[in-house]
Write a protein that binds this ligand. Structure first.
Ligand code: PHB
Length: 392
């Protein structure tokens, strides 16, 4: 090869290389990546399944491009282990350069990831976890699920007006359970009720039997329960086996206990149970009917629960923020999430710009049979409930 030919060849190769690099950079910039970290296996897999299905439904209904960029949803299973959630979040930020971190099926998983969101200035959309203080763990957190204090206070107002004065509380022994216990108790006492005892059960693989026996011995008007989504059926089964309902002890709680996901499998023991929550699959609105029908159609008849709605609304918040910032990330994307007001399948909701937390209606609901299927039928509404756990 002549020297000139050789130089030309090198120049050509360099050009080609530059072109390739430019094209792949452009391709990377043309993507809008959402890192969705969820428990897809283990005892909380139903939460992961519901949220992933809801996120995919949102994309199917609203298109897979936003602000001119192709949306890439990267779903990773953290097996509900906090160290795994944190490592996955780090990899998504550093290697995948995601614009948003999302998901977070349990409180400890959200807390473990908060420092990554802060350090990398990546908005983090909490779609499931519901301990009040999560939003204070990073200024980059926005929540689209709910908070336990919102739900707990509502049922503590309803109970004493409906013949339930003496209560034993029974909660999972971690963040949301402690919130559920404290806010229920304070409000019930304020309303002239009594808490005979406060029992806490382990979060993982709980054996409810000894705790339910204790409740039976105390003979309250009702036992008030919080267990995380997915655990309600086991509790209901043991409640029935011990004949608690026959002994005249009512079961009340936040809506996590009569989770739409598994409500039908709980059988007669669930019928008539009154709870407070922000979402029921039977919420009476055109938007919700459309959501439930589409969700069931896309998922072999699976009924969406409140986790699915947290995921669906989280995607809405992300899409609209991305449109407003024309796909820019970081602080601008976060700011565009704050203050969003919209209609969700749960009813009206907004993201409080100060707290970055969700404000929505809380409904009092009773489990009833509708066309042979058990549903949480909403019968009273508390409007625009802010998180009572926020001090500011
Ligand atoms: C939580 O860990 O924050 C959590 C999980 C499931 C629920 C509610 C709260 O149903």
């Amino acid at each position: 090869m002549q020297k000139r030919q050789f130089l030309n060849a090198i120049a050509g190769a360099t050009l080609a290389l530059t072109a390739t690099v430019t094209a792949s950079t452009a391709m990377a910039q043309d993507k809008f990546k959402i890192g969705l970290i969820l428990p897809m296996t283990g005892p909380f897999a139903s939460t992961g399944k519901q949220i992933e299905a809801a996120a995919r439904l949102y994309i199917a209904q609203n298109g897979d491009t936003v602000a001119g960029k192709k949306v890439e949803l990267i779903v990773k299973d953290d097996t509900s282990a906090a160290d795994v959630t944190k490592r996955l979040a780090q990899e998504m930020v550093v290697n995948e350069k995601v614009s948003v971190l999302a998901g977070f099926g349990l409180t400890p998983l959200a807390f473990a990831t908060a420092p990554i969101a802060t350090q990398s200035k990546t908005p983090m959309v909490v779609m499931a976890a519901a301990t009040s203080s999560i939003t204070q763990a990073s200024p980059f957190i926005v929540r689209t699920s709910f908070t336990l204090p919102q739900a707990a206070v509502a049922i503590a107002d309803w109970a004493p007006n409906n013949g339930i004065k003496k209560v034993v509380t029974l909660v999972s022994d971690y963040g949301p359970g402690i919130d559920a216990e404290k806010f229920f108790k304070d409000r019930l006492l304020f309303n002239g009720g009594q808490v005979l005892d406060s029992l806490r059960v382990p979060m993982r693989n709980p054996d409810f039997a000894p705790f339910l026996q204790k409740v039976r011995d105390l003979k309250p008007d009702a036992v008030y329960v919080f267990v995380p989504s997915g655990a309600g059926a086991a509790l209901m089964k043991q409640f029935a086996e011990r004949g608690m309902d026959k002994a005249g002890i009512k079961l009340i709680g936040t809506g996590d206990i009569t989770d739409d996901d598994i409500l039908n499998s709980m059988g007669d023991v669930a019928n008539g149970v009154v709870t407070s929550h922000h979402y029921s699959a039977s919420h009476n609105s055109a938007l919700n009917k459309k959501f439930v029908t589409a969700f069931e159609k896309a998922n072999n008849g699976l009924r969406p629960n409140f986790m699915a709605v947290g995921g669906y609304d989280g995607m809405r918040v992300i899409y609209e923020a991305a449109k407003a910032t024309k796909g820019a990330g970081g602080q601008a994307l976060l700011d565009a999430m704050k203050g969003q007001v919209f209609e969700s399948p749960r009813g009206p909701m907004f993201i409080d710009a100060q707290t970055r937390d969700v404000v929505h209606n809380i409904y009092i609901r009773k489990v009833e049979k509708v066309n042979g299927q058990l549903y949480n039928q909403e019968f009273a509404t508390l409007k625009d409930v802010k998180d009572p756990g926020k001090t500011k």
